[in-house]
Design a protein around this ligand. Structure first.
Ligand code: ADP
Ligand code: S3P
Ligand code: MG
Length: 176
């Protein structure tokens, strides 16, 4: 596979976890855009949202995508944050980076997985179930227009997801 493998999808669909597994399975380095922002800013995402607000965080995401497209490196796994597709500029950059996989899970599963910790400021509210539904409605068309492959993960194991992505990417790129 020549290009990068890019994971997009809603919070809790497994982008960071599957990113780590793909990185191990293929021997490609992992770049998690959230982890890169946390390292650059030397503070948690919740702190960035609380002090500078969401748009500042979105600017940081766009900067990370620009640096990844400009370095012209290939054969990396890029796990993104769930809101990275909100900007048209980002959607274009993501497709330039490589094969874009959209991980999907049912709203109830997303709620269960994201309620395990308080790391996601957008869901750290009284009624996250309702917010998940409205955000999914707004974002799903954007994931759809950005991605080359959609994968429903709700009832799949990590290894089934990882194997499915590798097989689809190989098929997409042929024997490259
Ligand atoms: N297919 C899956 N089956 C079971 N648990 C999962 C699955 N995908 C993700 N999880 C769990 O959901 C939580 C959120 O996963 P994470 O990789 O952080 O998602 P994201 O980066 O998309 O927000 C983690 O506890 C992870 O272990
Ligand atoms: O969907 C979003 O807007 C966000 C998703 C988070 O990443 P994960 O999708 O990895 O949880 C993180 O970037 C931030 O809390 C905002
Ligand atoms: Mg993540």
């Amino acid at each position: 596979m020549l290009k990068n493998l890019v994971l997009v999808g809603f919070m809790g669909t497994g982008k960071s976890t599957i990113g780590r597994q793909l990185s191990k399975a293929l021997g490609y380095p992992l770049i998690d855009t959230d982890a890169r922002i946390i390292a650059q800013q030397k503070r948690p995402i919740a702190d960035i949202f609380a002090k500078e607000g969401e748009e500042f965080f979105r600017d940081l995401e766009t900067q990370v995508l620009h640096s990844l497209t400009e370095d012209k490196c290939h054969k990396r796994i890029i796990a993104t944050g769930g809101g990275i597709i909100l900007r048209e500029e980002n959607r274009k950059l993501l497709r330039e980076l490589g094969f874009v996989v959209w991980l999907v899970a049912q709203p109830e599963t997303i709620l269960e997985r994201t309620s395990r910790n308080k790391e996601r400021p957008l869901l750290d509210i009284e009624d996250p179930a309702e917010r998940i539904r409205t955000m999914l409605e707004a974002r799903n068309p954007l994931y759809d227009e950005t991605s080359h492959l959609i994968l429903e993960t709700t009832s799949l194991s990590f290894s089934e997801i990882t194997t499915g992505i590798i097989e689809s990417a190989r098929y997409h790129y042929g024997s490259q």
